[in-house]
Design a protein around this ligand. Structure first.
Ligand code: EPU
Length: 299
């Protein structure tokens, strides 16, 4: 629990968890990044809370797993707060046909998906193969063809200046790769799962991962789908049809596996990725008259 003494600390009291002029490359699944002037790495939620309170009115950015972001600026001056990594989740309540589990925002999605499946808890299999953390997945309403994280959310706890607020799922707006949680510092979330035979849950999860493995460059240095699908159309399909698979700017290349993924083949810079994004948008615009919008965040 938070202590008032912690909340009253000033930003200077957090020098222990502050890294100055830190390369952001290791914090991005692209492995590309400029410099963060001030990168804070709180150890846990309580410290995150105290830190964000101490930053007062100063704008800061929240960084989760870094699996959907391109650090394009050579220098980011605004403080960045890295969501503390979590390793565990817990069962909160078991009732007939429903098991409520809770995970901190910094828990890797894969841990939650694999471990709940092993315990025979169904509901998160659609998130199998989705990288990143629980918090990031909620903000982005991550998911795939079979559903999104929104389908299993019961409530989300967000930190505010003086405490925490629990937002029931019914009060959160979830849309295509977007939610009203954007900009909130998420502490934890609860998911309503269903008890099932563990083998059945794991089987469904495996099928979804296999499907992904066949159609996406899983494990590559990339940030998932780069562009939103225009309504009713696959951005990857358009880029593929435009003949852009394998197209490259420096070491940034359109994946040969799925054309809506840009992969860093080695030493790609942010400028390479941006140039490739421009090239793709230009070509798709010219051929199909469709303007692709980026899904990844560009910082
Ligand atoms: N297609 C091609 N060439 C390609 C890629 C796709 O022809 O290079 C075709 C496929 O054959 C298929 C159609 O386009 O007929 C749709 O492709 P796919 O099923 O792979 O789905 P998608 O619409 O490209 C969406 C999400 C993915 C999610 C998959 C699977 C977006 C932008 N993408 O991709 O989400 O994993 O469905 O569920 O919504 C992400 O958001 O980062 C992401 C990867």
């Amino acid at each position: 629990m938070l202590k008032t003494a912690d909340i009253e600390k000033t930003a200077d009291d957090f020098s222990r968890i502050l890294e100055c002029d830190m390369s952001l490359a290791p914090f991005s699944s692209f492995r590309i990044g400029g410099i963060a002037r001030r990168l804070y790495r709180p150890a846990d939620i309580a410290e995150t809370h105290a830190l964000t309170a101490s930053l007062g009115g100063e704008n800061f950015r929240i960084l989760g797993g870094g699996t959907n972001v391109l650090f394009a600026s050579p220098v980011i001056a605004e403080p960045i707060v890295v969501v503390p990594r979590a390793t565990t989740w817990r069962v909160i309540e078991r009732t007939e046909g429903r098991v409520l589990v809770e995970a901190d925002a910094g828990l890797p999605m894969s841990v939650l998906v694999n471990e709940t499946a092993s315990r025979g808890l169904a509901g998160l299999e659609v998130m199998a193969g989705v990288p990143g953390t629980v918090g990031g997945a909620l903000v982005m309403n991550a998911g795939g063809r079979h559903g999104t994280i929104a389908d299993a959310v019961e409530s989300v706890r967000v930190l505010n200046g003086t405490g925490e607020t629990t937002i029931p799922a019914t009060e959160i707006e979830f849309a295509y790769r977007r939610s009203s949680l954007k900009g909130e510092m998420i502490g934890a979330a609860r998911f309503a799962l269903a008890p099932r035979a563990s083998e059945a849950v794991r089987e469904r999860m495996r099928a979804i991962v296999d499907e992904k493995r066949a159609s996406q460059p899983l494990g590559a240095r990339c940030a998932g789908c780069v562009f939103h699908n225009p309504p009713g159309i696959s951005a990857g399909g358009l880029i593929d049809e435009a003949g852009l698979k394998g197209a490259a700017c420096g070491d940034a290349a359109v994946s040969e596996v799925h054309a809506n993924f840009i992969v860093n083949r080695g030493r790609a810079s942010a400028a390479d990725v941006l140039a490739l994004i421009d090239k793709i948008r230009g070509e798709v615009g010219r051929r199909f008259g469709i303007t692709l919008e980026t899904e990844i965040e560009i910082w």
